[in-house]
Design a binder for this molecule. Sequence first.
Ligand code: 13P
Length: 253
Amino acid sequence: MPNQKQKIIIANWKMNPASFIEAENLLKTIKSGIKKSDNLKIVICPPAVYLPKMKPNSNFDLGIQNIFWEDKGAYTGEISAPIAKKLGANYAIIGHSERRIYLNETDEMVNKKIKAALKNNLKPILCIGETLEEKNQDKTSEIISSQLKSALKNISKFQVPSSKFYVAYEPIWAIGTGETPTSNEVMSAALLIRKIIAGLYDRQTADNLSILYGGSVTGKNALDFLDNAGMNGLLVGGASLNGSEFARIVNLI
Ligand code: 13P
């Protein structure tokens, strides 16, 4: 059953904090605040330049917030999957809506990045979700379906076993706004995601997939998504920049 899988809580620090000293302090607060739980994986995704100094331990692993799709070459400013691995990342957030919006990242680029991550043994956390306008036009299912199918184009089921691939449902209108979907809406999105995965691959792959929710997650609402909506994990932005709040979320599990 999907709900009984190991839960995963991912901190997406985005372009924060402003210095490594602050990042170190934040990490210290998180580390000292969390109680150990065997049924839990914590992944911190800091700005890439902080990765080599972050020293993961048995309590947490590291992820990168983005990668480029080629392994090397003349791509000024980009970070490849092999470089990300060498920096210490084991996970890669791919297709975050902020990159789709501010950097014009397309479904095609997302697909290439997922392939690059899988090839280099980085576990992709694929972000999908609709805008407020799309939600109001009842296009949520259409958007989820097209983003998911494009992202997985020409990727076989053997490349996306449950331990190596995650999908995060992040409605764009819920990111950083304090607005959240109801647990029923999140559950419907997750059901749809599993249905699409079952159609692309098979039922077992769909059942085994870990689906995360992201968008204005706090210590107050986290359990609603985990317990009531049955999510396998959370992708936390703003609240992960407050060490004790993030620890509070983690300690709910
Ligand atoms: P907030 O938790 O700040 O809404 O951000 C969510 C997010 O974008 C995580 O990737």
